[in-house]
Design a protein around this ligand. Structure first.
Ligand code: GUN
Ligand code: ZN
Length: 430
């Protein structure tokens, strides 16, 4: 048994502050006590110090927050971030599909998976829901690398039997490979599986049906896909599924809409689809930097909140322009404001931590630094740059947090802890 403690300013938001007025938990001088990677006590230092006087205690300046949780990101696309000049469908053809073809080589997948997880840790992201590629071994590569780093990662083989040549599976191979991966990785480390049809345009009806069957057979897995991201994509989906009431309905008909479904984007949704999402308990991974980069539009927080949708935050790299969930939270603020909604910085922190954890159904384990949860956390540096230092000097907690979201990125991550162990420290190599 190893017990250690961390003393510093601690902040977390376990519930959506829109519905829970007392969701923000903050200790200006707090103590976090960790035993074998699990938080066993948290509170004001003055109250807890006596009972833990014998525990080795590390003093951490800055602000300690739960590790960030990226609810939608593509590891095979990290080297195509910042690819110029096209909206979604052309961008996929021009930049993304060629990059994903290279994952037929397992050694390439291993190398990118290692770099990707290093980039997550550098940005304070300790858990993520991750797109792999169509290749079965692309998931093995990511899961092996995550296992070695003890990270909580959820992923799955991409289903895309209507994909381009060299990147298409079949309904049968998709089902068999997904089954094999689910069985191979079940219960190992901190890993989880998501059945991952790419989007409605790259799977046949037969394959979408097979995806639904996988969900029925494996009630513990998630469903992870894209939904209503881009106007041209939406028009193509309407043409392909003339009988569907809207884009969500095209998935619903195959049993893909439920409480364990995570849909990336949802920028262009009719109210009917929002009502159905709310009724089913499915969630949306909001990906604002990606929506801006690909000219997809701005997520409508007002509409989502009117329907009480469950939301998390995703970087969506490589369409997203930053791995940083701080930057992503800043972009979410800008997206919200462009549609006349104001995203409070504590709510943005919630979306990037416990909100995303709830979408991934891992909120019992991570996201809020509550006793009983795993001790994944980040030491934020509100003075990481000269400008941040000036803006945050003498500022309130809300102002410091907002400044970190607008001005911060990986430079503001002083350290990242996995299960109470330092897994990344600024100024060192991954
Ligand atoms: N829709 C289908 N595939 C993708 C992808 O790789 N990235 C994004 N942003 N949207 C998609
Ligand atoms: Zn995506």
């Amino acid at each position: 048994m190893t017990r250690r403690a961390f003393r510093g300013e601690i902040l977390s938001v376990a519930h959506d502050p829109r519905d829970h007025p007392h969701a923000v938990r903050h200790e200006a001088d707090g103590l976090l006590v960790v035993e074998d990677g699990i938080v066993v006590a948290r509170g004001a230092y003055a109250e807890l110090a006596g009972a833990h006087a014998d525990v080795p205690t590390e003093r951490l300046d800055g602000i300690l927050v739960p590790g960030f949780i990226d609810a939608h990101v593509h590891y095979p696309q990290m080297d195509r971030i910042a690819s110029h000049g096209a909206q979604l469908l052309d961008w996929l053809d021009r930049h993304i599909f060629p990059a994903e073809k290279a994952f037929a080589d397992r050694a390439h997948a291993d190398a990118v998976a290692a770099a990707f997880l290093g980039e997550l840790l550098r940005n304070g992201t300790t858990s993520a829901l991750v797109f792999a590629t169509v290749h079965e071994h692309s998931v093995d590569a990511l899961f092996e690398a995550a296992l070695a780093r003890r990270m909580r990662i959820v992923s799955g083989k991409v289903l895309m039997d209507l994909g381009p040549e060299g990147l298409a599976d079949t309904p049968d191979s998709a089902r068999a490979e997904s089954e094999a991966l689910i069985r191979r990785w079940r219960g190992r480390g901190r890993l989880g599986y998501a059945v991952t049809p790419r989007f409605a345009l790259t799977s046949s009806d037969t394959q979408l049906h097979a995806a639904g069957a996988l969900l029925t057979e494996h009630p513990e897995v998630l469903l992870h896909t894209h939904l209503a991201e881009n106007v041209h994509e939406c028009a193509a989906v309407a043409a392909r599924f003339p009988e569907a009431r809207d884009y969500l309905d095209a998935y619903d008909r195959f049993g893909l809409v439920g409480a364990r479904s995570v849909f990336a984007h949802g920028v262009h949704l009719p109210d009917r689809a929002c009502a159905r999402l709310a009724e089913s308990g499915a969630g949306i991974a909001v990906c604002p930097s990606s929506n801006l980069f690909l000219g997809s539009g701005f997520f409508d927080f007002g509409q989502a909140d009117a329907h009480g949708l469950r939301l998390g935050l995703g970087s969506d790299v490589g369409a997203g322009t930053s791995f940083s969930m701080l930057r992503t939270a800043g972009h979410a603020y800008e997206a919200a404001l462009s549609r006349e909604a104001a995203l409070d910085p504590f709510r943005a922190l919630y979306l990037a931590t416990a909100g995303s954890a709830a979408l991934l159904h891992i909120d019992d384990r991570v996201g809020a630094l509550e006793p009983g949860q795993e001790a994944d956390f980040v030491q934020l540096d509100p003075a990481a740059t000269p400008l941040l230092a000036r803006r945050t000097a003498g500022a309130t907690l809300a102002e410091r947090l907002f400044a970190l979201q607008i001005l911060g990125d990986d430079r503001a991550i002083r350290r990242t802890y996995i299960l109470g162990e330092c897994a990344w420290e600024r100024g060192t190599r991954a």
